[in-house]
Ligand binder design. Sequence first.
Ligand code: P6P
Length: 335
Amino acid sequence: MSKKISLTRYLVEQQRVDGHIPSQLRLLLEVVARACKNISQAVNKGALGGVLGTAHSENVQGEIQKKLDIIANEVLIEANEWGGHLAAMASEEMDAIYVVPNRYPKGEYLLLFDPLDGSSNIDVNVSIGTIFSVLKMPEDDRGVDEGDFLQPGRQQVAAGYCVYGPQTTLVLTVGDGVAMFTLDREQGSFVLTQENIRIPEDTQEFAINMSNMRHWDAPVKRYIDECLAGREGPRGKDFNMRWIASMVADVHRILTRGGVFMYPWDAREPNKPGKLRLMYEANPMAWLIEQAGGAATNGRQRILDIQPSSLHERVSVILGSKNEVDRATSYHAPL
Ligand code: P6P
């Protein structure tokens, strides 16, 4: 039986090796992992816990909140506010940033999260997850405000997600590759199950919501049409399609076996660049994908280079196996 390496041991040993993980960041990541464990327990109860269904409220996005959206948000806030490692938090479920109350010490990190991504899947027992991103407070001594969060994704110091599926799995990067930890429910701890994850540069599997096809821009239509044409078409090979409507689950599949995920701009809401949020969905996922050898663009530029202008701004997303992302992105390039 190979020895089990816990998340704590992994972080301590990574810090020894390359100093990427100062003690305050390690504390932050362990607190987030513990919060994800608590969210997993709430999710796993389902109907038995009275946590299914809607909360009869809307979030800042104007989306109906599920009870578990609010529970997950509260778990993350309560777990992180007192530890002294954070200055503030931002969440898909909250309009404004949450500044750590003055009764607690403030730290140098900013935590952003989608507390429960894919919540339309909660009531039908399909995998959902928590996505998180960590930034450092800019170097100055003034108070924290929303502007401190508006950093490009390449500034992240940690990013990850926890997928609540057949297993509860935490996937994490601090800039030195991607590691996967599976929750050992008997021990109550996350155990290292894979590290240095690499995404194949080629794939025959794409993920997109095909029902929006008539609304896509020409480059996306061209890319998907070529995949659908299969071996008789210009790609010369057949493609498979997956769409879980839970970004965490789709990205987890891509990190596990390759693929390309697309949520592009479409004409249904032409003033919005896309559906997904830059700061706490696209940026953390883009960094994980790049750290595993993949690529992530908005069709025209690297997602991690986008300078945010607002906390909840949306973005088009093409991410996954590098050669497919490069091809789809090249179709958007001006002729
Ligand atoms: P659609 C979930 O609501 C989410 O934000 C992502 O997790 C997912 O990829 C996407 O939206 C699904 O959107 O339009 O297919 O329901």
